[in-house]
Design a protein around this ligand. Structure first.
Ligand code: MRU
Length: 352
């Protein structure tokens, strides 16, 4: 399994995904600003992976805070929180990681500054390790939807590169293969920055999973021919009513699936579910620079100079298009996802 990020010997080691698949280059980060820049520039991307990167960035930055007491330490760390939160707005995982760290600091306010610094490193590593286990659980719950002989469509990259190490949308695929099912994957190339072509196709090939790359506009034609059995995608933020934000183009895939009566699944760790937002129209959608659309990799120009560009990085798929949301606690109908926020609910009654 490819590792997108790792805490090693007091440093954060990040695979620079912007160079894939042509070059496998790891960046050693000793300054949290580099991690923040890496999140903005997509050296690391994918909702769970940027949550982990933010937690590691906070732990890294905290080591340099010169504080005599808890109050001074909190003042210093708030600056780091703000830097991380300002990187990318759509994936809720950065906010999730910051809130988790804030809760930890509150619970441990009696500790020395040195101990708090250690605790932040432990917490960042824990967030990473837990994410891998969460992915595996998503795989176990999700594999029931994949039959022997199926072809699975996926959009963008919700694989090991986008997570702690096993992927969300790819996890049910890996488990189905472990169960002996013969399946194959179709990867949408995912314009503008081609996470499907550069990352999903690459990592599935590394893992020995049969994968076919298509242009984004081919999915409908293949569905019409009966060549796609189901779709599984990841999410950057799924909200209380089951609306799902994910890479731009996901909405089109979901609508096409509905038209062709193909099930459309979303793999969503709880760290990507924002129970504070009622509906998808309240999700902040990141708009990125024009160059991602007018150029391929900032090098080859493919549009006229000065053309007006709209580059929304994500879209929102309404819950009515989603067959089920697969979490580490089970798979649920989108309308039942809100039940996961409550402590006293028997989830067995709603699990698929
Ligand atoms: O812009 P990106 O590459 O960060 O977008 C990533 C996605 O849209 C993924 O599908 C999503 O973050 C889920 S990753 C498990």
């Amino acid at each position: 399994m490819v590792k997108a990020i790792e805490w090693k010997d007091g440093k954060v080691i990040m695979l620079d995904q912007s160079r894939l698949p042509l070059e496998v280059k790891y960046i050693e980060c000793t300054d949290y600003h580099i991690i923040a820049e890496g999140i903005k520039k997509l050296w690391i991307r994918g909702a769970p992976a940027i949550g982990i990167a933010a937690a590691m960035g906070i732990a890294l930055g905290a080591q340099d805070i010169k504080a005599k007491n808890y109050r001074e330490f909190i003042k210093g760390i708030e600056t780091i929180f703000d830097v991380m939160l300002s990187t990318r707005p759509t994936a809720v995982n950065i906010k999730w990681a910051v809130e988790r760290i804030k809760r930890l600091l509150k619970e441990r306010r009696g500790e020395s500054v040195n101990r708090l610094k250690e605790l932040l490193i432990e917490e960042a590593k824990k967030i990473h390790e837990e994410d891998i286990e969460v992915n595996k659980a998503i795989g176990r719950w999700g594999s029931q939807f994949i039959k022997d002989g199926d072809t699975v469509l996926t959009h963008c990259n919700a694989g090991s590169l986008a997570t702690g190490g096993y992927g969300t949308a790819t996890a049910p695929i890996f488990v189905a293969i472990e169960q002996g099912k013969k399946i194959q994957v179709i990867a949408d190339e995912t314009r503008p920055v081609l996470q499907g072509a550069r990352l999903t196709a690459w990592e599935l090939m590394q893992a020995g999973v049969p994968v076919t790359l298509i242009t984004d506009n081919s999915a409908g034609a293949l569905m019409k021919k009966g060549e796609i059995d189901l779709a599984i995608v990841g999410t950057d933020r799924t909200v209380r009513n089951g609306d799902v934000a994910n890479k731009i183009g996901t909405y089109s895939v979901a609508v096409l699936c509905k038209e062709h009566k193909i099930p459309f699944y979303v793999a969503a760790p709880l760290s990507s579910i924002d129970f504070s937002i009622p509906t998808g129209d309240k999700i902040p959608i990141e708009e990125r620079g024009a160059e991602e659309v007018t150029h391929i990799f900032g090098r080859c120009q493919i549009a006229p100079d000065g053309v007006k560009v709209r580059n929304m990085a994500f879209d929102v798929t309404p819950a009515k298009y989603v067959t089920a949301i697969i979490t580490e606690k089970g798979a649920f109908r989108p309308k039942d996802i809100r039940k996961l926020a409550k402590k006293d609910v028997n989830l067995d009654e709603f699990r698929l």
